[in-house]
Write a protein that binds this ligand. Structure first.
Ligand SMILES: [Fe+2]
Length: 305
């Protein structure tokens, strides 16, 4: 497997060579991150890293935590494949996230995960538009003891978060698409606040009228959108979604499957097995087809709807 630094922005293809592609789990690029100390690393599987987003999975063993804290010049959204994990932010939030929950972190939010459970935690992450930049990761990174936590020695030097974390208790609606759980530009003004989006807090909607499919957003803003597509089983014929085309690049990660991706205009289809991913460049028309006798679930990561 390649070094993460070497594939950043160009895996599994160079940005000018994007095409619809089934990326099977055995083809994800593995590395420890950070690479220099296995004891404080997570086990990282890079799925896609291109000019518009990065999608990957990291694993943390029982009792583990990754170190140091992480930061990106782009928003990061989590979908918890296997929880629970506890996500620590630099300024004192500790989000307890169960399997199926999400987390939205605006760009430049410091973060790190702890696994206090007896299972290997697995997190699907989506970072857009960029995971790393000129100055990120920075040369100086706060240590755990510099963050805010129970009896932390630096607590008095950090802001009181109670007036900064936005309340999103209101029931969501279609008009919230593009600003869920909070507006992206607003959230980025106070990147020390992050937002757990639990399963019941996802923004629900329906995709299509002829062939309705459930769509559940964890995050939705001007940088990108992450959530779930849930397609029930069919009756007389397979259940399919209405075709869609996105203005930005997209990736679909299979949670429950297999799911068929039908590229309508190209007259080509692919079967995505659980844990596989399908990459769809901007402007390619596709629909999902369920030939199974049970609902199927994909996590979508789309830069522009
Ligand atoms: Fe991160």
């Amino acid at each position: 497997m390649a070094k993460l630094m070497e594939i950043m922005g160009k895996f599994p293809f160079e940005p000018d060579k994007k095409k619809p592609m089934l990326i099977r789990k055995q083809d994800y690029s593995m590395a420890l991150y950070p690479p220099n100390n296995a004891f404080t690393s997570d086990n990282t599987y890079t799925i896609v890293t291109t000019d518009t987003f990065m999608l990957g999975i990291y694993e943390l063993g029982p009792g583990g935590a990754f170190d140091p804290l992480d930061i990106h010049p782009g928003d990061e959204t989590y979908y918890i494949l296997q929880g629970p994990i506890v996500q620590r932010s630099g300024n004192g939030q500790f989000a307890y996230l169960e399997t199926g929950d999400g987390l939205y972190m605006p760009e430049e939010a410091w973060h790190k995960a702890h696994n206090f459970s007896d299972k290997t935690a697995r997190v699907l992450y989506f970072i857009t538009p960029k995971a790393w930049g000129e100055n990120i990761p920075p040369a100086v990174i706060p240590t755990d003891s510099e963050t805010k936590f129970y009896k932390g020695p630096n607590n008095d030097n950090l802001p009181d978060m109670r007036g900064i974390i936005k309340d999103f208790a209101r029931q969501g609606c279609t008009d919230d698409i593009g600003a869920w759980p909070v507006s992206g530009p607003e959230a980025r003004k106070a990147p020390q606040a992050v937002y757990a989006v639990r399963d019941g807090d996802k923004l629900n909607n329906v995709h299509g009228t002829a062939h309705p499919m459930l769509m559940r957003f964890i995050s939705s803003n001007d940088y990108g959108h992450m959530g779930e597509f849930i397609l029930p089983a069919g009756g007389y014929g397979p259940r399919c979604s209405d075709p869609d085309i996105h203005k930005g690049d997209a990736a679909l990660y299979c949670v429950d499957g297999p799911v068929t991706v039908n590229l309508v205009d190209m007259e080509e289809s692919f079967q995505i097995e659980p844990e596989d991913t399908f990459f769809i460049p901007a402007g390619i028309k596709y629909q999902l087809v369920n030939f199974q006798n049970h609902p199927v679930k994909l996590v979508f990561a789309i830069t522009d709807l």
